[in-house]
Write a protein of this length. Structure first.
Length: 480
């Protein structure tokens, strides 16, 4: 891993994840792969997380300091990579990948340094002709294309997720929502609370959906007291639902359908992350899969007829929308190919892997409903709300929260991501199924392997999305 300073944040996430896994499963110390982290900065005083990274023991941190003193290494980060080339090549020769977070020049420079290290190693091992050197250079190019370029793009996207540009679509940009009706799951805390407040203050009726009525009533009271607009014509209402229980979901949908004749937006915002191992839903599914995937699928399916009829009667096309919530975990933590549906019934013991799988499912669901309901007037999207200070971190070890806290934003920024996806006129029918980034923009380089998994085998893909939908249908068949 190579960072020229500003690109350290995604690597902190990697170190955080690895440290937590080793804390939970000490036996992994015997098999963990070695990792080098090169960090460039002016001095150690300028390096955020220097103590955490250095003391974790899960990576070997090598600093290069432009203002170093004493025995500290002086130079830029690629100077340090070159100086420690023997250690770098030990990892490269056993299949290591190179992740680069930094400027474009750092990316280009890394390839030059790595090429020179490979060529130097070959020259030392045996005498070669110029022609053979060229062949080796071509081999390196082919190897580095898969082991560097792809990772460079992924990590570049990660930097953008950790440090997004300023929001361009906020509360005041949302048109008057008088007469329109919305559901926000998990609407009484975190992003859901901020989103419910913003929509209601623009005149919409918002159903705050969740399992805890007392918390919902407190949230409604807090929102109503914080009124600074004259657009209030809608209402704030509680809709009781437990997304880990199909019986509760069906009852909630029936109650809503009995009370309302329209639904202009469904924000599948609620979720759970990293619960204690062994937690399962009312129907016996792994808790994160149930709450983050199966529950939203069932709720959306039950409400689809009303969404479609609302879209049919809408004055403006594309204004009725369904949103699913994913996470940076999908981009950085989902297995190659997205998911293996056959393994969903036998979840791993790693709750963070299970979380990444459930959030990858959300992307599949958004694409599925875009294909199914797009022709009927519905825009379905998936969004990463951002890295936020919300109750979603409540099940993590306290040290994890302390480590990532400087990288987290107020929940209202996550609401801005939802506002853009839910109300921006820049979103059209053609965007159905796309991934929305913080704080409101489309992902420039979504993972190609997951895009391929959304395609059917007849379309040249792996068919994993279709397999997931079949899995969801089997799960809800006794309750639909």
């Amino acid at each position: 891993m190579i960072s020229d300073g500003v690109g350290i944040a995604p690597f902190v996430g990697f170190v955080m994840h690895r440290a937590e896994q080793l804390r939970r499963r000490p036996a992994l110390w015997d098999i963990i792969a070695p990792a080098l982290l090169f960090v460039g900065c002016h001095s150690l005083d300028d390096s955020v997380y220097v103590s955490e990274l250095g003391s974790s023991g899960v990576v070997d941190v090598r600093y290069s300091l432009s203002r170093g003193a004493g025995n500290e290494f002086k130079g830029d980060v690629l100077d340090r990579v070159w100086a420690d080339g023997q250690d770098v090549m030990k990892l490269w020769n056993i299949g290591a990948k190179v992740y680069i977070c930094g400027s474009q020049s750092a990316c280009i420079g890394t390839e030059d340094v790595m090429r020179k290290l490979v060529m130097e190693g070959m020259a030392r091992s045996e005498t070669k002709t110029d022609g053979k050197f060229q062949a080796c250079s071509d081999d390196f190019k082919a190897s580095s294309d898969s082991r560097r370029y792809e990772d460079q793009f992924n990590m570049g996207s990660a930097i953008s997720m950790f440090f997004p540009p300023s929001p361009t679509f906020v509360e005041t940009d949302v048109p008057n929502q008088a007469g329109r009706v919305f559901i926000v799951t998990g609407g009484y805390s975190g992003v859901g609370f901020e989103l419910s407040r913003m929509i209601w203050q623009r005149g919409g009726t918002v159903y705050i959906a969740g399992r805890d009525e007392a918390k919902a009533r407190d949230a409604i009271s807090a929102i109503e007291k914080d009124t600074t607009t004259d657009l209030i014509v809608g209402g704030l209402r509680f809709l009781k639902v437990a997304l880990d229980d199909f019986v509760s979901i069906k009852a909630a949908a029936e109650k809503f359908l009995a009370e309302e004749e329209r639904l202009d937006g469904l924000f599948n915002n609620a979720g759970v992350s990293n619960p204690p191992a062994g937690w399962v839903s009312a129907q016996g599914h792994e808790m994160q899969l149930a709450t983050n995937c199966l529950g939203p699928y069932f709720l959306t399916k039950l409400l689809s007829p009303l969404l479609i009829s609302t879209a049919r009667a809408a004055e403006t096309n594309g204004t009725v929308r369904v949103l699913f919530t994913t996470s940076i975990a999908t981009q950085l933590g989902a297995p190659d190919g997205g998911i293996d549906v056959n393994k969903l019934l036998t979840p791993t013991n790693d709750q963070q892997v299970n979380y990444a799988l459930s959030k990858t499912c959300n992307w599949f669901l958004a694409d599925h409903f875009a294909k199914e309901m797009g022709p009927r007037g519905i825009v379905s999207l998936v969004l990463n709300p951002g890295n936020l200070k919300t109750p979603l971190l409540r099940h993590f070890h306290w040290g994890i929260g302390a480590l990532v806290s400087p990288l987290l934003y107020h929940p209202r920024f996550g609401a801005y991501t939802n506002l853009w996806a839910g109300f921006s006129p820049d979103v059209t029918f053609e965007d159905g199924g796309r991934w929305v980034e913080p704080w409101g923009r489309f992902h420039p380089n979504p993972r190609a392997d997951i895009i391929n998994a959304m395609k059917t085998k007849e379309e040249g893909g792996t068919g994993q999305e279709a397999a997931l939908i079949e899995f969801c249908e089997r799960a809800i068949s006794d309750y639909f």
